[in-house]
Design a protein around this ligand. Structure first.
Ligand SMILES: *Cc1c(COP(=O)(O)O)cnc(C)c1O
Length: 378
């Protein structure tokens, strides 16, 4: 089945009792049992709920993985993955990544005895960072907020050779534009809050995993810890998925036009978007992705917090806000907002400087967006 068909049909079983075409919202905490100790599928909604199950089946199909699990947030999904490790285990991660993930590593799991190393974007750096106790490689591609790309196949080969599992946060690309399990990754993480939900109206997370044994542990943790999405949020995510393919196409079309506009603008010193033929990642993007995505970052010439605030105040359609991936365009100042939890020295070293702006390009008319950016940058 092609992706555009999968988003509409995968995971969907027409309701047997009514024939309902859309997965019903199962607002129930518990299920009547015919007999004690005879498993009928559902017993209690922390353990399993039919609306959530339809979402999990859909996500597994979209990512080409056998198993998926839905969580109450992207962070809850990440927490479950790290909870499968034990004190003394080592994780190698890319240094440009979501600030909350860095905080989860450093402030939650490091005190519990896990070790973390951070490397750049070159696959060889992952190999050099491997230690005897390395259990996971953790990457984002494209990264947040600098839109670096990592060669997933190359990193997965290094992981395979060293008996390490490769985790990839696929929030930015979505399965529409990148399917990491097909490139050798062991597990895909999503903040479904972003493109998968797609309408900035929910918080959610998900995991899609290749390995049955690891899935068993993660499923145990999903139930034992209990950070599950409610039925209504699961239903909203399923609804969002239906338009994922056409939304991503429009996000990309607009991002291509906007990045081209920004690249030529005299007030902009640098633009980060793999769709630009001038991007150092253009070739890699063509190789491992089916599209370039809707995230564009740029640096303002002589930019700083004051200059950025002047720019943001002139914007009307494009909204200054955390988050990304919704139908509306959102703009963000990573140094203080999404990546404020990374210590300044490290933030600067990575390149998350005070002139950096991240734009989640929405699906509005690109002419309106460009007109507004043009006015605000002048
Ligand atoms: C937002 C985000 C997360 C965290 O997800 P939440 O749903 O906010 O908990 C993780 N990774 C990336 C890349 C994100 O953008």
């Amino acid at each position: 089945m092609q992706f555009k068909t999968k988003v509409i049909h995968a995971g969907l079983e027409h309701d047997k009792s009514t024939g309902a075409v859309i997965t019903p919202l199962y607002l129930t905490s518990t299920y009547r049992q015919e007999e004690v100790a005879v498993h009928q599928g559902f017993e209690y909604s922390r353990t399993g709920n039919p609306t959530r199950k339809a979402l999990e089946d859909s996500l597994a199909a979209l990512e080409n993985g056998p198993f998926a699990l839905a969580f109450s947030s992207g962070m809850a999904a990440e927490h479950a993955v790290l909870s499968t490790l034990t004190p003394g285990d080592h994780v190698v991660a890319c240094s440009d990544m979501y600030g909350g993930t860095y905080r989860l590593f450093e402030d939650v799991f490091k005190p519990l005895g896990l070790e973390f190393s951070y490397v750049g974007w070159d696959a060889a750096e992952f190999e050099s960072a491997v230690k005897q106790n390395t259990k996971l490689f953790w990457i984002e591609s494209p990264t947040n907020p600098l839109i670096h790309l990592i060669d997933i196949k190359a990193v997965s080969e290094i992981a395979g050779r060293n008996n390490i599992r490769l985790v990839i946060d696929n929030t930015f690309a979505t399965p529409c534009f990148q399917q990491p399990l097909l490139l050798g990754a062991s597990l895909v993480v999503h903040s479904t809050t972003k493109y998968i939900g797609g309408h900035s109206d929910l918080i959610g997370g998900a995991l899609v995993v290749n390995d049955e044994e690891w899935y068993g542990k993660l499923k145990f943790l999903q139930n034992a810890i209990g950070a599950i999405p409610g039925a209504f949020d699961s239903w909203l995510m399923l609804r969002g998925i239906k338009t994922l393919a056409i939304r991503m196409k429009q996000h990309e079309e607009n991002a291509l036009k906007i990045s081209g506009f920004l690249e030529k603008h005299p007030a902009v010193s640098e633009v980060y978007y793999p769709g630009l033929p001038t991007s150092p990642y253009h070739e890699l993007a063509r190789r491992q992705m089916n599209g370039f995505g809707g995230m564009v970052s740029f640096k303002m010439k002589d930019g700083n917090l004051k200059r950025a605030n002047e720019f943001f105040k002139k914007l009307k359609i494009i909204t200054l806000a955390e988050s990304l991936g919704g139908v509306e365009s959102l703009i963000n100042y990573p140094a203080v907002m999404t990546h404020g939890s990374i210590p300044e020295k490290q933030r600067m070293a990575i390149g998350i400087t005070n002139d950096l702006v991240r734009l989640s390009v929405g699906i509005e008319d690109s002419e309106d967006l460009i007109e507004e950016l043009s006015l605000a940058l002048s």
